[in-house]
Design a protein around this ligand. Structure first.
Ligand SMILES: [Zn+2]
Length: 402
C-alpha cells in the first residue's frame, strides 16, 4: 500500500509538475502526515524537491510546501523509429526534454542495422545526461503492430518488417540490463497527448497520425484499447475505397492509401514524400486543389466512421495530418458530418497535437517512466545498478560516435 501511494504521489508530480503538499493531500485523500512522510521519502530518493511557496500564501498556520519533480534525478531515452528518420530525446522526470538528437534511418531498414542505429542514438543522448542522473529505461515507438510485453514487432509494412524481436535486438546491443519497451507509435502518441498534450482530462480519445502509413491509438474510458493481442487501433487499414490503390498490407483501398504521405504527396505533385517536404509545401497552400480537397474528404469520411464506433471526446491529428488539417478543414468537417451520427458528432472535437511533432517521442518516454511511477523505490534500486552499467557501456568515459 505504501509503495503504491509513493508511486501515486510521484505520478501526480510527474504529470502535473509543481503541486503543494495541500494539493497532494486533497488529491490522494490521505492525511497530511502521511503525505508528508511520502514526500519525505521521495525527497530522500532524490526524485522530488521541496521549496517554500513563492507566492507568500496567506492564511492561518504554516504555508504548505511546494513539491516538484526533479528532472535531473531520473531520466529515460525515448526514440521514434520513422521510415526516414530516427528521432530521440533524453527526457527527465516531469516530462522535460533535456537533450535531443536524430539520425537517418538506415536506408535498407534492416532490423539489425536499425537497432544498432537506435543504440548509437541512445548513446549520444545518454552522454548528455545530468551528472547524477539515473537512467531508468529506453522507450521506442515503431510504425507497426507490436506484441507487448516482449517488444516483438509483428508487422510493420512501411519498414518491411515481419516478426522482428526489436526489444531483444536493442538489449543485446546496449550491453546493459536496461529496461527496454517497444510500442506502436500511434498508441504512444495517444498516451503522450492524454498525459500532457491536447487531450489532458479527456478519457476517450483517438490519436491518428499519417506518415508513410497511418497509425491509430485509442484510449477508451481512460485506458488504452489493446485488443486481445495488443494490435487494436490499426485505423490506417480501415477499408474506405474498394476500388482504390493496393495497400502495403496486401489489401486494397485502405484509409492510408487515401490519406497517407504518398496520397498527400501525389495531391501536391511532389516527388518527395518525407514529412518535412510535405509539411513545408502544405504551409504554402492558400487555396487547396481539388486533389488535396479529396484527401481531406477521405480524412473526414474515415473520422466519421471512427466517431460512430468510439464516440470519442477528442480526435488528435498527428504526423503530416497536423499540417494538412488546417488547409482542408472545411472538407474534413463536412465529410465527417455527412457520415457521423448527430449525437456523437456533437461531442467530438478534432484537434492538432499540443506536443507538435513530439507526441510519439514523448509517448515512448512516458512508457519508459511507467515502472518508476508504480514502485519508485524498487525501480530506482534496480535502475541504479542498470544505469551504472549502461552509462559505463554506452555513455561517459567512452568516445561517443556521432
Ligand atoms: Zn492496408
Amino acid at each position: 500500500m505504501r509503495r503504491h501511494n509513493l508511486g501515486t504521489v510521484l505520478a501526480h508530480l510527474h504529470r502535473d509538475g509543481q503541486l503543494s503538499r495541500a494539493d497532494l493531500t486533497a488529491r490522494l485523500g490521505l492525511n497530511r502526515s502521511t503525505i508528508g512522510a511520502l514526500v519525505g521519502e521521495l525527497v530522500s530518493l532524490g526524485l522530488v524537491v521541496e521549496t517554500a511557496p513563492s507566492g507568500g500564501r496567506g492564511g492561518a498556520g504554516r504555508p504548505s510546501l511546494d513539491v516538484r519533480p526533479n528532472p535531473h534525478a531520473a531520466v529515460v531515452v525515448g526514440v521514434e523509429v520513422g521510415v526516414d528518420v530516427l528521432s530521440g530525446a533524453l527526457v527527465g522526470l516531469g516530462g522535460q526534454v533535456l537533450v535531443r538528437a536524430s539520425t537517418p534511418t538506415p536506408a535498407s531498414r534492416r532490423p539489425d542495422l536499425v537497432a544498432g542505429a537506435v543504440v548509437r542514438l541512445a548513446r549520444r543522448l545518454v552522454a548528455g545526461a545530468p551528472e547524477a542522473a539515473v537512467l531508468l529505461g529506453l522507450g521506442v515507438g515503431v510504425p507497426g503492430v507490436v506484441r507487448e510485453p516482449g517488444g516483438v514487432v509483428r508487422f510493420a509494412p512501411n519498414l518491411g518488417w515481419v516478426d522482428v524481436p526489436l526489444a531483444d535486438l536493442l538489449r543485446s546491443r546496449m550491453g546493459a540490463d536496461l529496461r527496454v519497451t517497444v510500442g506502436n507509435d500511434a498508441d504512444l502518441g495517444a498516451l503522450a497527448e492524454h498525459t500532457r498534450g491536447a487531450a489532458v482530462g479527456c478519457d476517450d480519445i483517438v490519436f491518428l497520425a499519417a506518415d508513410a502509413g497511418v497509425g491509430g491509438g485509442v484510449i477508451v474510458g481512460g485506458h488504452p484499447l489493446h485488443g486481445v493481442g495488443g494490435y487494436a487501433g490499426e485505423l490506417g487499414h480501415l477499408m474506405v475505397n474498394p476500388r482504390g490503390r493496393t495497400c502495403r498490407c496486401g489489401s486494397r483501398g485502405c484509409w492510408e492509401t487515401e490519406i497517407g504521405a504518398e496520397a498527400i504527396g501525389a495531391a501536391l505533385r511532389l516527388e518527395s514524400t518525407d514529412l518535412d517536404s510535405l509539411a513545408g509545401r502544405l504551409r504554402q497552400v492558400h487555396r487547396p486543389s481539388a486533389a488535396l480537397r479529396s484527401v481531406g474528404r477521405y480524412l473526414g469520411l474515415g473520422l466519421g466512421c471512427i466517431v460512430n464506433v468510439l464516440n470519442p471526446e477528442v480526435v488528435v491529428l498527428g504526423g503530416v495530418l497536423r499540417t494538412l488539417y488546417p488547409v482542408v478543414s472545411a472538407d474534413v468537417d463536412q465529410a465527417l458530418a455527412s457520415v457521423a451520427l448527430q449525437a456523437p458528432r456533437e461531442q467530438v472535437r478534432v484537434l492538432v497535437p499540443a506536443l507538435g511533432g513530439d507526441s510519439v517521442l514523448l509517448g515512448a518516454a512516458e512508457k519508459a517512466f511507467e515502472p518508476v511511477l508504480t514502485d519508485p523505490a524498487r525501480e530506482l534500486g534496480a535502475a541504479c545498478r542498470d544505469a551504472a552499467a549502461a552509462f559505463a557501456v554506452v555513455g561517459r568515459g567512452h568516445a561517443v560516435p556521432a
